[in-house]
Design a protein around this ligand. Structure first.
Ligand SMILES: Cc1cc2nc3c(=O)[nH]c(=O)nc-3n(C[C@H](O)[C@H](O)[C@H](O)COP(=O)(O)OP(=O)(O)OC[C@H]3O[C@@H](n4cnc5c(N)ncnc54)[C@H](O)[C@@H]3O)c2cc1C
Length: 290
């Protein structure tokens, strides 16, 4: 356990001032602190100086840019849940952000922190996989853009180099031909991590009850969030009837490798993953055939 007097903090006021200081061997980045402070209290973080980026207001935005939506990494989960643009053009993400923690947590917690923490139960991550989002990271040497599905190398391990900061998440806005949702199972309604979560994105085809494209992402059932590619193939093309929904839901088992922990056994997680996918596909079908 660490005491407050032991913590050293630097607080840059601009991105220009912050970037030269980013160095994961010397500093731990802290944004909203809702993960970092808990991990420090639990003593699970190696002792390092904190680099507090919370005052970099230039990283707090939700912007439409042509067909894309751009979200600054310091945007709070409450701002995402309440944003008109996100609710209209990335409903899946608004829905997920609205289910995280309490008002006290969501007003401090940032989307960059959800990605930086890289937990497979991070609730913003499955919707970002389903939206096929990109993560923009920057250092003094420039920036690079990484598809979110490639951003996690392993459990709690984001693809961040020593001097990089997450600055933005962007993705193509959902249009009228697309629909999606986020479902999660947690042990309580609020203040609880997901035991399993599922996010589904579908593109409607010209024929009723048919979908020409699908992305299905699952959280908390593997070391990182995973795409259920086999299920997606089953959903794509052909009428989405009961048999196809059942086959696609069962097929998620080929993409996941859950563990047993305090929140549930591996077997329980497998059952929930199949059931949430089944429920999600049913709900989307019902919504889209009227
Ligand atoms: C009571 C409680 C309930 C919670 N419920 C949920 C929940 O339901 N669902 C859920 O997903 N999470 C939940 N959380 C976890 C947490 O709130 C989220 O993960 C949140 O998004 C973290 O954001 P933050 O800004 O607070 O991150 P921080 O705690 O500041 O940082 C988290 C990690 O990301 C790194 N980091 C932060 N910003 C950047 C950046 N821009 N670039 C690079 N690295 C960065 C930090 O170094 C750290 O490793 C809960 C936490 C608490 C305390």
């Amino acid at each position: 356990m660490i005491t407050l007097s032991e913590i050293e903090v630097e607080t840059p006021k601009t991105l220009e001032e912050a970037l030269p200081k980013i160095d994961s061997t010397r500093y731990r980045i802290i944004a909203g602190g809702t993960d970092v402070i808990i991990q420090m209290k639990e003593g699970t973080l190696p002792k390092k100086k904190l680099l507090n980026i919370y005052q970099l207001n230039e990283l707090r935005y939700i912007r439409t840019d042509g067909e894309n939506l751009r979200i600054g990494s310091l945007t709070s989960l409450a701002d995402i849940a309440n944003s008109r643009e996100i609710n209209e053009f990335a409903t899946i993400l608004a829905h997920a952000a609205g289910k995280i923690g309490s008002m006290q947590i969501t007003s401090k917690a940032t989307i960059g922190g959800n990605l930086g923490n890289a937990s497979p139960s991070g609730d913003c991550i499955p919707p970002l996989y389903a939206l096929d989002a990109r993560v923009v990271v920057a250092s003094t040497k420039g920036s690079r853009e990484i598809p979110v599905k490639d951003f996690f190398d392993g459990y709690k391990h984001p693809d961040l180099r020593q001097n990089e900061l997450i600055i933005e998440i962007n993705f193509k806005r959902m249009d009228d031909g697309e629909d999606g949702l986020f479902l999660r199972h947690a042990l309580r309604l609020a203040e609880a991590c997901s035991v399993v979560s599922v996010s589904i994105w579908l593109r409607r085809s010209v024929r009723k009850a048919e979908f020409s494209d699908a992305r299905i992402a699952l959280g908390a059932v593997a070391p990182t969030v995973v795409r259920a590619y086999e299920s997606e193939e089953i959903v794509k093309y052909g009428i989405l009837d009961e048999d196809r929904i059942e086959a696609a839901s069962n097929a998620v088992l080929g993409s996941i490798s859950p563990i047993t922990d305090v929140r549930g056994t591996a077997e329980y997680r497998r059952d929930i993953a199949v059931n949430l996918t089944y429920q999600g596909l049913h709900d989307l079908l019902a919504r889209n055939v009227g």
